[in-house]
Design a protein around this ligand. Sequence first.
Ligand SMILES: [Ca+2]
Ligand SMILES: [Ca+2]
Ligand SMILES: [Ca+2]
Length: 170
Amino acid sequence: MYWTFQDWGGRNSNDLIEQHNGTWGLVMDEEQSVRANFTPISINIQDAVVQEGDTGTAAMTFNVTLLTPASELMTLNTTQAMGAAVAGLDYVTASGTVVFQLEIKLRQSQVQVRGDLLDEADETFDVILSDPGGVIPLNETGVGTILDDDDQPNLTMVPSIDLFEGNSGE
Ligand SMILES: [Ca+2]
Ligand SMILES: [Ca+2]
Ligand SMILES: [Ca+2]
Protein backbone atom coordinates (compact mmCIF):
# COMPACT_ATOMS: atom_id res chain seq x y z
CA MET A 1 0.00 0.00 0.00
CA TYR A 2 1.22 3.49 -0.75
CA TRP A 3 0.85 6.22 1.78
CA THR A 4 1.40 9.87 1.31
CA PHE A 5 3.08 12.11 3.82
CA GLN A 6 4.82 15.37 4.06
CA ASP A 7 8.37 16.58 3.88
CA TRP A 8 9.87 17.01 7.35
CA GLY A 9 12.44 19.67 6.99
CA GLY A 10 15.52 18.92 4.97
CA ARG A 11 17.50 21.72 3.48
CA ASN A 12 14.70 24.21 3.24
CA SER A 13 12.82 23.99 6.48
CA ASN A 14 10.49 26.74 5.41
CA ASP A 15 9.11 24.66 2.60
CA LEU A 16 5.40 24.43 2.93
CA ILE A 17 3.64 21.13 3.21
CA GLU A 18 0.09 21.04 2.10
CA GLN A 19 -2.66 18.59 1.57
CA HIS A 20 -4.38 18.76 -1.77
CA ASN A 21 -7.37 16.53 -2.32
CA GLY A 22 -6.22 14.21 0.45
CA THR A 23 -2.63 13.99 -0.73
CA TRP A 24 0.25 15.46 1.23
CA GLY A 25 2.93 17.11 -0.80
CA LEU A 26 5.76 19.56 -0.86
CA VAL A 27 5.57 23.14 -2.05
CA MET A 28 8.99 24.71 -2.26
CA ASP A 29 9.65 28.08 -0.61
CA GLU A 30 9.87 29.95 -3.85
CA GLU A 31 6.74 28.33 -5.14
CA GLN A 32 4.39 29.07 -2.31
CA SER A 33 2.73 31.90 -4.10
CA VAL A 34 2.29 29.87 -7.23
CA ARG A 35 1.23 26.45 -5.93
CA ALA A 36 2.15 25.14 -9.33
CA ASN A 37 4.72 22.53 -8.43
CA PHE A 38 2.92 20.57 -5.80
CA THR A 39 4.84 17.30 -5.45
CA PRO A 40 3.02 14.40 -3.80
CA ILE A 41 5.28 12.24 -1.66
CA SER A 42 4.35 8.59 -1.50
CA ILE A 43 6.33 5.83 0.12
CA ASN A 44 6.12 2.07 0.34
CA ILE A 45 7.97 -0.54 2.36
CA GLN A 46 7.84 -4.03 0.95
CA ASP A 47 7.49 -7.21 2.94
CA ALA A 48 10.58 -9.38 3.24
CA VAL A 49 11.39 -13.04 3.81
CA VAL A 50 14.55 -14.77 4.96
CA GLN A 51 15.59 -18.28 5.90
CA GLU A 52 16.36 -18.40 9.60
CA GLY A 53 19.64 -20.30 9.61
CA ASP A 54 21.07 -22.17 12.58
CA THR A 55 23.83 -19.92 13.90
CA GLY A 56 24.82 -16.28 13.78
CA THR A 57 22.55 -13.82 12.02
CA ALA A 58 21.03 -13.47 8.56
CA ALA A 59 20.19 -10.09 7.08
CA MET A 60 16.57 -9.46 6.14
CA THR A 61 16.32 -6.63 3.63
CA PHE A 62 13.28 -4.39 3.25
CA ASN A 63 12.99 -2.23 0.15
CA VAL A 64 11.70 1.25 0.86
CA THR A 65 10.60 3.04 -2.28
CA LEU A 66 9.29 6.44 -3.22
CA LEU A 67 6.70 6.63 -5.94
CA THR A 68 8.50 9.65 -7.32
CA PRO A 69 12.16 10.52 -6.65
CA ALA A 70 12.87 12.65 -3.62
CA SER A 71 12.80 16.33 -4.41
CA GLU A 72 14.85 17.05 -1.35
CA LEU A 73 16.64 15.19 1.41
CA MET A 74 14.29 13.05 3.42
CA THR A 75 14.91 10.94 6.47
CA LEU A 76 12.64 8.26 7.90
CA ASN A 77 12.97 6.37 11.14
CA THR A 78 12.61 2.61 11.30
CA THR A 79 11.69 0.48 14.29
CA GLN A 80 10.48 -3.07 14.72
CA ALA A 81 7.39 -4.46 16.40
CA MET A 82 7.04 -8.04 17.50
CA GLY A 83 4.65 -10.42 15.86
CA ALA A 84 5.11 -14.09 16.60
CA ALA A 85 8.84 -13.48 16.29
CA VAL A 86 10.34 -12.41 19.60
CA ALA A 87 12.54 -9.32 19.74
CA GLY A 88 16.05 -10.14 20.84
CA LEU A 89 15.56 -13.87 20.37
CA ASP A 90 14.41 -14.27 16.79
CA TYR A 91 15.71 -10.95 15.50
CA VAL A 92 17.92 -8.10 16.65
CA THR A 93 16.02 -4.99 17.67
CA ALA A 94 17.57 -1.87 16.21
CA SER A 95 16.27 1.59 15.50
CA GLY A 96 17.54 2.99 12.24
CA THR A 97 17.02 5.57 9.57
CA VAL A 98 16.39 5.49 5.86
CA VAL A 99 17.75 8.52 4.04
CA PHE A 100 16.65 9.54 0.57
CA GLN A 101 18.98 11.91 -1.19
CA LEU A 102 17.84 13.93 -4.17
CA GLU A 103 16.48 11.91 -7.05
CA ILE A 104 16.64 8.66 -5.10
CA LYS A 105 13.66 6.32 -5.22
CA LEU A 106 14.95 3.17 -3.51
CA ARG A 107 16.60 2.63 -0.16
CA GLN A 108 16.92 -0.48 1.96
CA SER A 109 16.50 -1.18 5.64
CA GLN A 110 18.01 -4.30 7.14
CA VAL A 111 17.12 -6.31 10.21
CA GLN A 112 19.37 -9.08 11.51
CA VAL A 113 17.58 -12.38 12.08
CA ARG A 114 19.01 -14.73 14.66
CA GLY A 115 19.61 -18.34 13.73
CA ASP A 116 18.71 -21.13 16.11
CA LEU A 117 18.12 -24.87 16.19
CA LEU A 118 14.62 -24.76 17.65
CA ASP A 119 11.72 -26.20 15.74
CA GLU A 120 9.33 -23.25 15.39
CA ALA A 121 6.57 -22.07 13.15
CA ASP A 122 7.45 -19.44 10.57
CA GLU A 123 7.32 -16.17 12.50
CA THR A 124 6.78 -12.56 11.60
CA PHE A 125 7.57 -9.11 12.89
CA ASP A 126 6.87 -5.64 11.53
CA VAL A 127 9.20 -2.89 10.42
CA ILE A 128 7.55 0.46 10.96
CA LEU A 129 8.41 3.69 9.20
CA SER A 130 7.85 6.96 10.99
CA ASP A 131 8.37 10.65 10.45
CA PRO A 132 11.14 11.94 12.76
CA GLY A 133 9.32 15.26 12.91
CA GLY A 134 6.21 13.51 14.11
CA VAL A 135 4.06 15.86 12.10
CA ILE A 136 2.18 13.36 10.01
CA PRO A 137 0.93 10.04 11.34
CA LEU A 138 2.68 7.53 9.11
CA ASN A 139 1.69 3.94 9.61
CA GLU A 140 3.61 2.32 6.81
CA THR A 141 4.63 -1.19 7.83
CA GLY A 142 6.57 -3.99 6.19
CA VAL A 143 6.08 -7.54 7.38
CA GLY A 144 9.20 -9.64 7.85
CA THR A 145 8.76 -13.40 7.74
CA ILE A 146 11.36 -15.71 9.24
CA LEU A 147 11.20 -19.12 7.60
CA ASP A 148 11.98 -21.76 10.15
CA ASP A 149 14.38 -24.39 8.86
CA ASP A 150 14.58 -26.77 11.80
CA ASP A 151 13.13 -30.25 11.96
CA GLN A 152 10.98 -31.61 14.72
CA PRO A 153 13.00 -33.23 17.48
CA ASN A 154 13.63 -36.86 16.75
CA LEU A 155 11.26 -38.79 19.01
CA THR A 156 12.36 -42.32 18.20
CA MET A 157 11.56 -44.72 20.98
CA VAL A 158 14.43 -45.79 23.16
CA PRO A 159 14.23 -49.47 23.98
CA SER A 160 13.57 -49.94 27.64
CA ILE A 161 16.47 -51.30 29.52
CA ASP A 162 15.97 -54.34 31.60
CA LEU A 163 17.02 -53.10 34.98
CA PHE A 164 16.74 -56.50 36.46
CA GLU A 165 19.14 -58.14 34.17
CA GLY A 166 19.64 -61.66 35.26
CA ASN A 167 20.23 -62.79 38.75
CA SER A 168 23.66 -62.12 40.07
CA GLY A 169 22.98 -64.45 42.88
CA GLU A 170 23.30 -63.75 46.47
CA1 LIG B 1 17.36 -22.87 12.24
CA1 LIG C 1 13.86 -18.52 15.64
CA1 LIG D 1 14.19 -22.28 14.38
